[in-house]
Ligand binder design. Structure first.
Ligand code: C5P
Length: 223
């Protein structure tokens, strides 16, 4: 049997990376790993355990607490859900408060280093599609296929807003927009593993195509 491929999908927030990767994983029989969930998991831990008196996150405390953080994906009815120290936090990691802080957590070198091993271990056996910001550039530079996803800011804001609304969040569209702008800025400008297109990644702009068309386009490159 030929070895299954390793696919890296990076790109801007709310380009549909995770939902598209999930469907492609099913079609090709691959494991899907949403690496953003891991950064969100640490942020959720930080919001619960590492707040300063003024309500902001004590980054040094988060870093010194890393040895107390066990993040693990479990298959629940065919969907990989994230557990933090044995507790399912799949819903909590999507809370807007987590989105507000996650990029500040994700720019810390110690935290990125902590999560690198988990990500690489999963890809070792092949047969994986991993989505994030630095998968093609840093985590899996030898991936068989690399894609970099983008879409207009307006379209991405609309998608994230509808997604949050559907999950019952009371949030206004401008707050969603500001969060996307701020995260993309921090993610692209950070010193370690910034969000950028790998030289050998294929650019996928899905501003004017829907989810199914984006999936077909990506699959058309995979032999
Ligand atoms: O993919 P998602 O939007 O859930 O990612 C949340 C945040 O996690 C990103 O805005 C980014 O700060 C961080 N992240 C990262 N590297 C990855 C995946 C996510 O820095 N590989």
């Amino acid at each position: 049997m030929t070895k299954k491929p390793v696919i890296a999908i990076d790109g801007f927030s709310s380009t549909g990376k995770s939902s598209i990767s999930k469907i492609i994983a099913k079609q090709l029989g691959l494991i899907h790993m949403d690496t953003g969930a891991l950064y969100r998991g640490i942020t959720f831990f930080a919001l619960q355990n590492c707040l300063k008196e003024d309500g902001t996150i004590d980054i040094d405390l988060v870093i010194s607490s890393l040895s107390h953080i066990a993040l693990e994906f479990q298959d629940i009815d065919g969907e990989l859900q994230l557990f933090l120290n044995g507790k399912n936090i799949n819903k909590e990691i999507r809370f807007p408060q987590v989105s507000d802080y996650v990029s500040v957590i994700a720019k810390q070198p110690e935290i990125r280093h902590f999560l690198l091993k988990t990500q690489r271990e999963i890809a070792e056996k092949g047969g994986v599609i991993m989505d994030g910001r630095d998968i093609g550039t840093v985590v899996l530079p030898n991936a068989d296929y690399k894609f970099f996803m983008t879409a207009s800011q307006e379209e991405r804001t609309k998608r994230r807003f509808l997604e949050l609304q559907a999950s019952g969040e009371q949030i206004d569209i401008d707050t969603v927009k500001q969060n996307l702008i701020s995260r993309d800025k921090i993610d692209s400008e950070r010193e370690i593993s910034p969000l950028k297109q790998a030289q050998d990644a294929i650019l996928i702009d899905n501003t004017n195509i829907n989810r199914e068309e984006t999936i077909d386009l990506i699959l058309s490159y995979i032999k």
